[in-house]
Write a protein that binds this ligand. Structure first.
Ligand code: SF4
Ligand code: SF4
Length: 105
């Protein structure tokens, strides 16, 4: 938590974590801004597919991450929230109070 506060104050560098992949159909990444994420876990609770988890990063801070088994399949596992067509209900983004989690598609 202390390191997270230092990053907030720009004493320590922020980092942007990109989880996902690019294939012939496009870019499929979930992006976490460590400067905004405090590891509260609200997005983890909101996710219907158990895609997310809170980890402790290299700075000893809690931050959300994408489970390793989903790094290469998020286009498909996230399709319930983000279908190719029709209305979207991106629960992880809606649940995040600080706008720390975004998607490339
Ligand atoms: S888009 Fe849906 S399935 Fe994918 S991480 Fe967010 S809440 Fe979970
Ligand atoms: S809801 Fe937002 S701040 Fe909380 S763990 Fe998820 S991405 Fe981080």
């Amino acid at each position: 938590m202390f390191n997270w506060l230092l990053r907030k104050l720009w004493v320590m560098p922020r980092y942007i974590a990109n989880y996902g992949y690019t294939d012939g159909s496009g870019d499929w990444y979930i992006v976490v801004d460590s400067d905004k994420c405090d590891g509260c876990g609200k997005c983890v609770e909101a996710c219907p597919k158990n895609v997310l988890e809170v980890i402790v990063d290299d700075y000893d801070d809690k931050v959300v991450a994408i489970r390793k088994e989903h790094h290469k399949n998020i286009k498909y596992v996230c399709a319930q929230c983000k279908p190719v067509s029709g209305p979207r209900d991106v629960r992880c983004q809606k649940a995040c109070p600080s706008g720390a989690i975004t998607h490339s598609w």
